[in-house]
Design a protein around this ligand. Structure first.
Ligand code: XMP
Length: 521
């Protein structure tokens, strides 16, 4: 296995994912000095903190030090213990990790004269970590500091215009420092760099997603025993996969609760109910539209909306749990992008996902279980297939827990919900009719907070603008705006302004993520 030590970079779980793509097991942990028991950490899969003795017991075949927002020369920056480099196993430091390796082993790191962000041309020199990598290639840079001088026995293995040490290594000890981000797909040769590192580590490539499913089910069985479990089911891929994993682990001790918060897509509540009536599960549907709308009345701030929705979900689940009686565990289909964007460890908060950062401080369950917490969306889909879930459910496009609440910019009202539901239904129908739905990672209509002047018939209108979004993405951490045929967009725009009362303008969002996000709030 490979151990990833997490220093808080936004792309850290992508590193784990690049390793797992090579069928090598990988865990992501943060570092701590505390004396904690090893068993508590190892194979927990929950990204817990780990100390040096736990690392030794874990016995990884390689260690990767991630990027992160700190500077190694700051007083309280977290640095890995020097002993990590004396374990006789390969270590790969990426960005902050490369700088930490340099600093600890005696090199120098300082603020860069020119900070580099984005795609950058790099020149690659001879090195086993760059085996079969083109000598001139494009890499993804994102750093404000850089390495100025190297530790003893290190040599430079890559450079860019503004970064004379874009990579360096001690090849005898298999210590590799890379300033750019090979885990991001914009680094054209990134996958090869991971393959090379894994080869250098000598890992057997025998880990598969079915091992994840089997291991998770037995882990859940051990943890829950005969306890009762409530699963927050939204009908989306993540919570459906979580529900089926749980039902395999605890059978009828599982109750799935589907909360209709009134912010679902058109006809969605009925569709979800139909899908799950085919499963051997305890399924409860709660109509809570009015309750959520009341709580959200007058609220415009996106983070407040998310927190209100997150809290209200939990309150509904607590009420149901009380009715059932003696329920200890709440299961959520949280996945890795939810965690990282809600601000994990030292990462910055991008938005509080309803099921992570949007959770209230007090939750009346013994424990929240999140079996998919370390997976990306496409890995969750893969797990769903291993569990024999139907393909139309597994390949459903994602729908966020706060639903249309974060697709209505500004205050949420019943009128606005109806507008965005109707516009979105037309958009989805036309995308499906055009036969391009499978090519798109996610597509939806949102309601802007903008009204503008139009002319319809012979009269003036002053109505809302709908914005259409469609993105191409695998992991939902980065995304490109899809280039949908103009004729298709034109037809959709025409239908929306003609069929949806209150809309006189349709816009198309051409921004990628980053710098935008997929959702609007
Ligand atoms: P963003 O907008 O952050 O979204 O680029 C990335 C992916 O996450 C989904 N998303 C959420 N999913 N709860 C969820 O279950 C949330 O609070 C939430 N916010 C965003 C979003 O739809 C996209 O697929």
């Amino acid at each position: 296995m490979i151990l990833v030590l997490d220093f808080g970079g936004q792309y850290n779980q992508l590193i784990a994912r690049r390793v797992r793509e090579n069928n090598v097991y990988c865990e992501v942990h943060t570092l701590t000095d505390e004396k904690i028991s090893v068993d508590k950490n190892v194979k927990s899969g929950l990204g817990t903190a780990i100390n040096f003795s736990a690392i030794k017991n874990l016995n990884p075949e390689g260690i990767i030090l991630t990027g992160g927002p700190q500077s190694v020369y700051e007083k309280n920056s977290s640095l890995p213990p020097k002993e990590i480099f004396e374990l006789n196993i390969p270590v790969l430091g990426i960005c902050y990790g490369a700088q930490a390796m340099t600093k600890i082993l005696g090199g120098e790191v300082k603020p860069a004269e020119v900070k580099e962000y984005g795609k950058t041309d790099a020149e690659i020199f001879e090195s086993k970590i760059f085996k079969n990598v083109e000598k001139k290639t494009v890499v993804w840079m994102s750093h404000g500091d850089r390495i100025f001088s190297l530790p003893e026995n290190f040599s430079v293995t890559a450079k860019s215009e503004n970064c004379p040490i874009a990579a360096a290594e001690n090849s005898q000890k298999n210590l590799f420092a890379i300033q750019f981000h090979p885990e991001v797909l914009h680094t054209v040769e990134g996958k090869k760099i991971f393959e090379n590192f894994i080869e250098i580590c000598g890992c057997k490539k025998d880990w598969k997603m079915d091992s994840f499913v089997e291991e998770k089910i037995s882990e859940l069985k051990n943890k829950i025993g005969g306890g009762k479990v409530l699963c927050a089911l939204s009908g989306g891929v993540d919570s459906s996969v979580a529900a089926v994993l749980l039902s395999k682990a605890v059978g009828k001790n599982l109750t799935c609760v589907f909360v209709d918060h009134g912010l679902l897509r058109k006809n969605e509540a009925a569709e979800v109910e139909k899908i799950f009536s085919n499963y051997d599960l305890n399924f409860i549907k709660i109509d809570a539209g009015e309750r959520f709308l009341k709580k959200l009345s007058g609220v415009t701030d996106p983070e407040r909306k998310r927190k209100i929705i997150g809290e209200e979900f939990i309150r509904v689940f607590e009420e149901i749990a009380k009715k059932i009686g003696a329920v200890d565990f709440l299961v959520q289909g949280t996945i890795y992008p939810d965690v990282i964007e809600s601000g994990l460890g030292k990462s910055a908060v991008i938005k509080s996902h309803h099921n992570v950062g949007g959770l209230p401080d007090f939750v009346d369950f013994k424990e929240i279980i999140e079996p998919l917490r370390l997976l990306f969306k496409d890995e969750v889909r893969q797990a769903g297939r291993e569990l024999n879930l139907p393909e139309n459910l597994v390949s459903r496009q994602p729908f966020p827990g706060p639903g249309l609440g974060i697709r209505i910019i500004g205050e949420i009202t019943a009128e606005k919900i109806k507008i965005v539901q109707d516009a979105d239904a037309i958009y989805r129908e036309e995308i499906f009719n055009a036969g391009i739905s499978k090519n798109l990672g996610q597509y939806f209509a949102a309601l802007t907070n903008m009204r503008s002047v139009g002319v319809m018939g012979d009269g003036r209108t002053y109505d809302y603008a709908i914005v259409l979004r469609a993105v191409l993405t695998n992991d939902f951490m980065t995304a490109d705006a899809a280039q949908i045929d103009w004729k298709i967009l034109n037809k959709i725009a025409n239908r929306i302004v003609n069929e949806v009362k209150g809309v006189n303008r349709v816009l198309y969002d051409c921004t990628s993520k980053p710098p935008a996000t997929i959702e609007f709030e």
